[in-house]
Design a protein around this ligand. Structure first.
Ligand code: GUN
Ligand code: ZN
Length: 678
């Protein structure tokens, strides 16, 4: 009975949830099955798990007798994992039900449910705080009771707290500490029904940030494919859909682009088996029930197709590109995406350091993505120099193409007194490119993922201009003198603003020293290999890593085919290899030793217990259950050191999970070991 992560992107994950009746690939959609009237064989559409309602079976004498005798799997004719809800939803509809928490939990266990649910109180959004608090207290009491009386059944424990973020967080923290198997987020149906996606983001993030990373989360009642990608990016793993049938009863087609009424269709909305074999006229001419079944089939087809697309995009590392597309189908979803920006710092902690696909800028919302925030924080790991030369964009990688693009640039003087000798500027000089969306890219690291693996439109929008201007100014603060290309001033509307506004009005007074032009030949645009490897190491592992790894004379071996740096040796000893795909260092034993002896505990480390020590030394991968401590700042897909309890280096490898997850998980791999035998 466990949950294991396979792939990650943003806060989304693909994983495997194991239940007594089999394994479920997540993210998963659980079609809602009415226990009395099953209309469709949902397995055929890709359902690996379904959800049904224990309260309906409990209440109905015939169903109750039958399910108690033959079990829920036989009753609804589904051999795989079955989740049951407790009647809480009926409680929220009718205000009262005839069963208590203990009775419904015991009933669920008796009928052989795989994952049961306690009787939480779904407090609606926007109620008075007093009510939310009072009902939350009961929900938490019932969770505690459920934990005590439950036997072997896997259990849901639902996060409530209405639209009070602190109550959601408090609830998530309290029940999260109680080792339930799945954590649903409840009472969000009213938010989704009224398109209040902005509030949905706040409620989900307030919950997820306090829930354990090691258990799946179920966004209860989310059944519209329009919201799946966004919810997955926030860390939701399970969805349930009664919508496929409810919408069908209303002649409505669900699509990731929205909902379409049969009455308005002149064309079928998709290419599924239903849509490719019927016309809207065919359907309109049918009797109501036949039509309903077909539209429900379409709704299931399209919903499972969306789930598959999401799982693939997590593996590819393009989940946020999908979210950005999906959130453009309705203005309120776009609001939700814009609101998600508030949570970038949290999402960044989970977002893998390296991905299989390039970063595509789809509009100003892309500026809120964690890759950008991470880059702008990590450039501070590179030791500052005295002077800065800011260069305009070129094709990527910049360092290989700048010569083609480069024209003339102007001299600007940022701080200090006027320069007696402008030649002075060319010493101790940091070269950096200014571009959308990563703002400033020091030229030494311009090939590191995703700084070369991204694309943005060349016609720059105003938000991006403002963002880049602000980030550029912050970066410029670190230098005594800044020389800036006129092309940058033009592209980011700085030329007129800065020159016209004079000195006093801008926040960091930038004094134009001279408009004297320099010919291209005056500056060397190349970056020295030594500086390049040192800066990449600092950017990747933290300030000082470059000095630690490459302190003395090193031999830099380049690829004969591409001319790119490949291996760094000292004498005959390999220290590290620069991976061609993302220009990130993969350590060798000597590199791991050097990093370990120069970076203080717990930096870059994953600590394994005594049991795992010999396995790690043999180069076997590290399972999360053997980890007793780690650098909480580790991101997934990073190179990490593996040490024992005495902080002795025993191996090194690549993190599969991030620091928080490594600490929280007890199942699955935490680190893929590259080499032991240190
Ligand atoms: N189904 C939809 N919302 C909820 C909820 O908040 N609690 C439970 N138990 N089921 C739900
Ligand atoms: Zn279709």
């Amino acid at each position: 009975m466990n949950f294991e992560i396979k792939h990650k992107d943003a806060m989304g994950r693909t994983g495997i949830l194991t239940t007594p009746h089999g394994m479920i690939k997540t993210p998963a959609l659980m079609p809602v099955i009415h226990p009395g009237k099953q209309t469709l064989d949902v397995k055929k559409f890709g359902a690996e798990v379904v959800i049904t309602n224990a309260y309906i079976m409990y209440k109905n004498d015939d169903l109750r007798a039958k399910v108690l005798e033959e079990g829920v799997h036989k009753l609804i004719n589904f051999p795989g994992p079955i989740v049951t809800d407790s009647g809480s939803f009926q409680l929220s509809l009718y205000g009262d039900i005839d069963v208590n928490n203990k009775e419904i939990i015991e009933f669920q266990e008796l009928i052989g449910t795989d994952i049961g649910t306690s009787l939480d109180i779904p407090t609606p959004p926007f109620v008075k705080r007093e009510r939310a608090e009072k009902e939350l207290e009961i929900t938490i009491e019932r969770a505690k009771e459920a934990f005590e009386i439950n036997g072997d059944m896997m259990m849901n424990s639902v996060v409530q707290g209405s639209t009070f973020h602190d109550l959601r967080s408090k609830c998530a923290e309290t029940i999260g500490a109680m080792e339930f198997d799945v954590y649903p987020i409840g009472a969000v149906v009213p938010l989704m029904e009224s398109y209040r996606y902005t509030e949905l983001v706040d409620v989900v993030m307030a919950s997820v940030k306090k829930l354990p990373d090691s258990q799946p989360r179920h966004l209860m009642g989310a059944g519209h494919p329009m919201v799946f990608a966004l919810a997955v990016a926030m860390g939701c793993d399970l969805f349930d859909s009664a919508a496929y049938i409810l919408y069908a009863q209303d002649d409505r087609f669900m699509m990731p682009r929205g909902t379409f009424k049969l009455a308005n269709l002149v064309e079928m909305p998709c290419s599924c088996s239903v849509c490719s074999t019927h016309t809207p006229e065919d359907l309109r001419a049918m009797n109501k029930n036949d039509r309903m079944i077909l539209i429900a089939q379409h709704n299931l087809n399209i919903s499972f197709a969306e789930i598959r697309k999401i799982r693939q995009s997590i593996v590819d590392g393009s989940l946020m590109e999908l979210v950005e597309q999906r959130c453009r189908v309705h203005p309120y979803l776009l609001d939700a995406l814009r609101n998600l920006k508030k949570y970038t710092a949290i999402i960044e902690e989970y977002d893998p350091a390296s991905k299989n696909s390039a970063f595509f800028y789809s509009g100003p919302e892309s500026l809120g993505r964690s890759e950008i925030q991470r880059h702008l924080s990590r450039i501070n790991r590179i030791p500052p120099k005295r002077n800065l030369l800011l260069l305009p964009r070129s094709r990527k990688p910049y360092s290989k193409n700048l010569h083609d693009e480069f024209g003339k640039f102007y001299l600007k003087h940022v701080k200090g007194d006027s320069l007696s000798d402008p030649q002075d500027l060319w010493d101790d000089l940091q070269l950096a490119v200014v571009d959308v969306p990563f703002a400033v890219i020091p030229l030494e690291i311009d090939e590191v993922y995703p700084l070369a693996q991204n694309e943005a439109p060349i016609i720059t929008d105003e938000d991006a201009k403002k963002f880049v201007r602000e980030e550029m100014e912050k970066y410029m603060e670190r230098f005594d003198n800044v020389i800036i290309s006129a092309k940058i001033l033009d592209r980011f509307n700085m030329y007129t603003i800065e020159l016209d506004s004079g000195n006093e009005t801008s926040k960091h007074p930038i004094r134009v020293y001279s408009l004297e032009e320099y010919e291209l030949d005056a500056v060397k645009i190349d970056v020295e290999d030594r500086e390049k490897i040192s800066s990449i190491a600092d950017y990747q592992f933290g300030m000082g890593a470059g000095k630690a790894l490459f302190p003395g004379d090193v031999k830099i071996v380049k690829s004969r085919k591409t001319g790119k740096i490949r291996h760094i040796y000292e004498g005959e000893t390999l220290i590290a290899t620069l991976r061609a795909t993302d220009s990130v260092f993969v350590l060798d034993r000597e590199g791991a030793r050097r990093l370990h002896s120069n970076m203080e505990y717990p930096k870059n480390r994953v600590v394994v217990n005594t049991d795992a020590d010999p396995f790690a030394r043999e180069g076997k991968s590290i399972f999360a259950k053997f980890v007793i401590d780690c650098d909480i700042n580790i991101r997934s897909n990073e190179e990490v050191l593996i040490v024992n309890e005495k902080d002795e280096l025993i191996a090194f490898g690549k993190s599969i999970l991030c620091g928080h997850e490594i600490m929280d998980f007890n199942t699955g791999q935490a680190v893929k070991t590259r080499k032991g035998g240190i």
